[in-house]
Design a binder for this molecule. Structure first.
Ligand code: PRP
Length: 181
């Protein structure tokens, strides 16, 4: 497949992602056994990861979604998290796994985890596909991490810039010229 013109280089290929998601699915399946698990995908970035992760699991899973906004269309975290869509399910007494595409400053997950913990789930863990090295401002206990990546502006496989590039099957670094203007 030809590289998108806005991408300087690929850091995780489609094959890299597929293999890692399959491993994570198996690991999560082993950890939860037959306990029904509620996957909470955090829209919009995690939509593609949670779809693939759910299909990499053979344990009984249900899916729910939250939509939050922390960045708007800029590249810097504002630290302000808004719930745009809440869960449809009551999670009291449930095993809940929050599924994120990327852990950057940690501010989004800090807010989300505190919010979800107050609803008294039986357990609450996090799976993130990506974790940016050296960026966390708050400590987040992420049980499942797909890849640690350098602090570069990455898009693809759910991650966007100004809502574009989410559909790229790989994860690549955006050319600075794309977000310079
Ligand atoms: C991204 C990502 C996380 C958050 C991580 O969401 O999906 O939710 O940023 O950043 P943090 O660790 O610095 O809080 P974004 O607000 O870009 O929305 P999106 O998922 O709709 O792309």
């Amino acid at each position: 497949m030809a590289l998108n013109d806005s991408i300087s280089h690929v850091i995780l290929t489609e094959e890299d992602i597929r293999a890692r998601v399959r491993d994570l699915g198996e690991q999560i399946g082993r950890d939860y056994g037959d306990r029904p698990l509620l996957l909470v995908g955090v829209l919009r970035g995690a939509a593609i990861f949670v779809a693939d992760l759910a299909r990499a699991m053979t344990v009984p899973v249900e899916l729910d979604f939250m939509a939050v906004s922390s960045y708007g269309s800029t590249t810097k975290s504002s630290g302000v998290v808004r719930i745009l869509k809440d869960l449809d399910e009551d999670i009291e007494g449930r095993d809940v796994l929050v599924v994120e595409d990327i852990l950057d400053t940690g501010l989004t997950l800090k807010y989300l985890l505190r919010n979800l913990a107050s609803r008294k789930p039986a357990s609450l863990e996090v799976a993130t596909l990506l974790s940016k090295e050296g960026r966390q401002q708050v400590a987040i206990d992420c049980k499942y991490v797909g890849f640690s990546i350098p602090d570069e502006f990455v898009v693809g496989y759910g991650l966007d810039y100004a809502e574009r590039y989410r559909n790229l099957p790989y994860i690549g670094v955006l050319k600075p010229a794309v977000y310079a203007d």
